[in-house]
Design a protein around this ligand. Structure first.
Ligand code: IMP
Length: 179
């Protein structure tokens, strides 16, 4: 499918992201202090840059695992089907788990992942999202930690794509179509 031409306007600078990640990690380190069993679970693919920065700022012993979920929107339904394309490699029963999401948009993905992981009986299950678009919410879910609340704009960069491009931008930008 041909892409419409667009430009990217910077919304959140690399410096602001780094400062926010540092502050979030101080808080998360305090929350999980003393644990030797934290598993940080990145939701692929959009969280890969965020999780890399997060784990390097956490002053805790951590393991890293990944989960890939894909949601299929259907305009006539209020809830969407979320499928697990790649499951965790490790067991999480009795472990402390921190789920890392790039953007909470309608919330269906995070709600489904929380429900799935809870059924595996972790000791604690916490969530963090880099970005939150509260005005788009359909499922009643909120991450325990949020980097930035943003308006209903389509954003890219810092791991987040538009048609698989722009994940490598060091900042968060909004997509503006020029035609
Ligand atoms: P949700 O289930 O609607 O909350 O969907 C969340 C997922 O949709 C995110 O993990 C992203 O992969 C994708 N998404 C939502 N908003 C954007 C955006 O502005 N840019 C790129 N991907 C987005």
């Amino acid at each position: 499918m041909p892409e419409r031409p667009y430009v990217i306007d910077e919304m959140i600078s690399a410096k602001s992201i780094a400062a926010r990640v540092e502050a979030l990690c101080r808080d998360i380190t305090g929350e999980f202090k003393g644990t030797d069993k934290l598993v940080v679970v990145g939701l692929l693919r959009g969280s890969f840059v965020f999780i890399a920065d997060l784990v390097r700022e956490l002053d805790l012993p951590v393991e890293v695992d990944f989960l890939e979920a894909s949601s299929y929107g259907n305009a006539t339904e209020s809830s969407r089907e979320v499928r697990i394309l790649k499951d965790l490699r490790g067991e999480i029963a009795g472990r402390d788990v921190l789920v890392v999401e790039d953007i909470v948009d309608t919330g269906h993905t995070l709600a489904h992942v929380i429900q799935l992981l809870r059924s595996r009986h972790p000791a604690r299950l916490k969530t963090i999202a880099l970005l939150d678009k509260p005005s788009r919410r359909e499922a009643p879910v909120k991450a325990d930690w949020t980097g930035f609340e943003i308006p209903d704009e389509f954003v890219v960069g810092y791991g987040i794509d538009y048609a698989q491009r722009n994940r490598n931008l060091p900042y968060i930008g909004k997509v503006r179509f020029t035609e």
